[in-house]
Design a protein around this ligand. Structure first.
Ligand code: M6R
Length: 615
């Protein structure tokens, strides 16, 4: 959940590290720090706050140049966010410097042992324990950094992506990973280390993604050596060509990444189905599904595991799979699934959904399902991510980098992929009529244009946001396919504007939540023409009778709801099953504008991080 950056080469390291940290700030942003080695000494600057605060402080504290540097942007786990707990951390001798993303679970007994041997700790972090453990190993064995890191890591339980520097051997950085991502950019006479490739995209398009349990000794002017941490065996690293470009990771004129990503949806949904959906020919195919079609067709049930927004996409998929392909589906929070001894068998297909492909709970759920013999299929956005590698097969969403912490385009592209899978299975099983199958293919192809139209609700969303920006609570209601959209709308609002919001199936209102309704309570109701329209109109009446303030998302031309609602947002018509792809758009915009009007940090909401790589 933190971002790490390192550079070793011939360029000035400081600007590379700082720019890299800014790009990784989505991973954590409660404190930041940088270390530069200027050829003689270690220069360190760290602070509570964002990378911009670090820059201000470092401009006074780091006054010399150097071509080796490491930096960190933190999402606190052990120890509150403050200057002392910020990374990098120094060992007691002051020779070793470390940055770490992850958690050392057995840090407490290790710390006790180190204290017995005279080590002094300044921070509350697990990371300071690790750097001193490495130092202790190095001293005891009289060995070089790489070996000491390896021995120390074999004593550690937990997750890590680390970079370590040793002033006594200043032409190398040692990096290692287990459970947290780590990419190494390979340039001419220079190396870059980072949590993802964004910090070095303009310098090199060649990268090695370390696998779990691997470490790299990166030496200036030498070939990088990659080894297995456990048994020291040498690994031949695979150099991958990066698919990311600079434009994708910049704001491109938008005020926030979130807004940019909302507006990218028409084009990225097209990217998601490009080459996979051929509506005129009646063909839908994805390599990962085709290669494993029998597994899907023979499945007793599908279990979907995911977290957050990806879990909401899974809920939409439950409706779609059951209706289109008549396969029973269970949708599980990965964090619950992994610990509740679930019944899984070899005829189950598990679909793991994750934008980042790094979510720790989802990863653990996958491992559990694999151990119990299930076939595991991944729906990920980040190419080469841990989950995409851990699953037996999968389909990428091709949404491009999502940097805003609030997921937007990930959600709609995940639904697009899952819909395509359901349609493919429906075709194979004959569970949809030919005409319905063709209708859905045509409809899916029209979705990008309809999303574009739905984005025209931006001004309306802004106007409504002005009215409700100070509301302390908000309810979101939907039925059927749009119940998960209600959950997603509520999540978007609470995570970026800090307004308490709840999503409910509209009919559940009368079983409790209706007691909350009074003239202060905004209620967002998703009420497109298809689906359970009459039922939801009745639910709206019930809210109206209790003086709730109704904001309704309706199909263009709707008159019935208009008469009841305080505000209506009109969206283009599509089939019930595909409607979440459209109804979610105004809800994203509404949350965005409310958060902006409340002065919240939209892209980096408090307490959050983009990829949750700790449990
Ligand atoms: O990368 P993942 O899709 O696995 O992430 C899952 C959740 O952490 C994520 O969707 C989170 O809920 C977002 N902040 C929601 O906007």
């Amino acid at each position: 959940m933190c971002g790490i950056v390192g550079y070793i080469g011939y360029r000035e390291a400081y600007p590379i590290v700082i720019k890299g940290l800014k790009r990784l700030e989505y991973r954590g942003y409660d404190s930041a720090g940088v270390m530069i080695y200027d050829g003689e000494s270690i220069k360190l600057s760290k602070t509570k706050g964002k990378v911009a605060d670090l820059e201000e402080r470092a401009s006074k504290e780091i006054t010399t140049n150097g071509t080796i540097g490491i930096g960190h942007t933190r999402w606190a786990t052990h120890g509150v966010p403050n200057d002392v707990n910020s990374h990098p951390h120094l060992s007691n001798s002051g020779d070793l410097v470390i940055i770490h993303n992850g958690i050392i679970e057995n840090y407490a007994p290790l710390k006790v042992e180190l204290i017995k041997r005279g080590y002094v700790f300044h921070s509350d972090t697990d990371t300071e324990v690790l750097v001193n453990l490495i130092e202790e190993v190095q001293k005891k064995e009289n060995i070089k950094l790489g070996k000491a890191v390896q021995i120390a890591l074999n004593q550690v339980v937990g997750a890590y992506a680390i970079a370590v520097f040793d002033k006594k051997n200043p032409d190398e950085i040692v990096a290692a990973r287990l459970g947290s991502p780590l990419a190494i950019g390979i340039g001419e006479g220079e190396y870059f280390i980072a949590s993802d490739a964004s910090p070095f995209i303009e310098y090199t398009s060649n990268a090695v993604y370390l696998e779990d349990g691997e470490m790299a000794v990166i030496r200036l002017h030498k070939e990088m050596k990659v080894r297995k941490i456990k048994d020291d065996s040498l690994v031949n690293p695979i150099i991958q060509e990066l698919q990311m470009n600079l434009e994708q990771i910049e704001k491109g004129g938008y005020d926030h990444f979130m807004l940019k990503e909302i507006y990218e949806q028409p084009s990225v949904i097209k990217d998601t189905y490009r080459g996979r959906l051929h509506a005129n020919e009646g063909i839908i195919q994805m390599a990962g599904v085709e290669d494993n079609l029998e597994k899907f067709l023979n499945a007793d049930r599908i279990i979907i595991v995911a977290c957050g927004t990806s879990w909401h996409a899974g809920l939409v998929a439950e409706y779609i799979f059951e209706e289109f392909a008549r396969i029973s589906v269970e949708v599980e929070y990965a964090s619950e699934f992994r610990y509740r001894n679930p019944i899984i068998n070899s005829k189950d297909v598990v679909i793991a959904i994750s934008q980042s492909g790094e979510t720790a709970d989802t990863m653990a759920a996958i491992k559990l399902a694999k151990e119990q013999g299930a076939f595991v299929f991944g729906v990920c956005n980040v190419v080469g991510s841990s989950i995409s590698r851990e699953t037996h097969a999968g389909a990428y969403t091709h949404a491009g980098p999502e940097i805003g912490v609030a997921s937007t385009k990930a959600f709609t592209t995940q639904i697009t992929v899952l819909t395509m899978i359901a349609l493919r299975l429906a075709k194979a099983k004959g569970t949809l009529s030919q005409s319905d199958f063709h209708m859905y293919l045509q409809e899916l192809e029209l979705i990008p244009e309809k999303v574009r139209e739905a984005l025209e609700t931006n001004d309306k969303a802004k106007e409504i946001a002005e009215t409700f920006k100070d509301a302390p609570n908000c309810l979101y209601l939907g039925r059927g396919y749009n119940f998960p959209v209600a959950l997603e709308g509520a999540l978007k609002l609470k995570e970026i504007s800090y307004i308490h919001a709840e999503g409910y199936p509209a009919a559940e209102m009368k079983h409790g939540p209706i007691a909350l309704i009074d003239e202060q309570m905004p209620v967002v109701v998703i009420a497109p023409k298809q689906g359970h329209y009459d039922k939801i109109v009745s639910n709206i009446q019930e809210i109206k009778s209790r003086s709730g303030r109704i904001i309704a998302v309706v199909t263009k031309g709707d008159t019935q709801v208009r008469e009841l609602a305080d505000y209506v947002i009109e969206i283009p018509e599509t089939s019930d099953a595909l409607s979440p792809l459209i109804t979610t758009i105004p809800l994203q915009l509404l949350s965005y504008h409310i958060a902006v009007l409340r002065g919240c940090n939209v892209d980096q909401p408090r307490n959050l991080a983009k990829s949750v790589t700790v449990e």
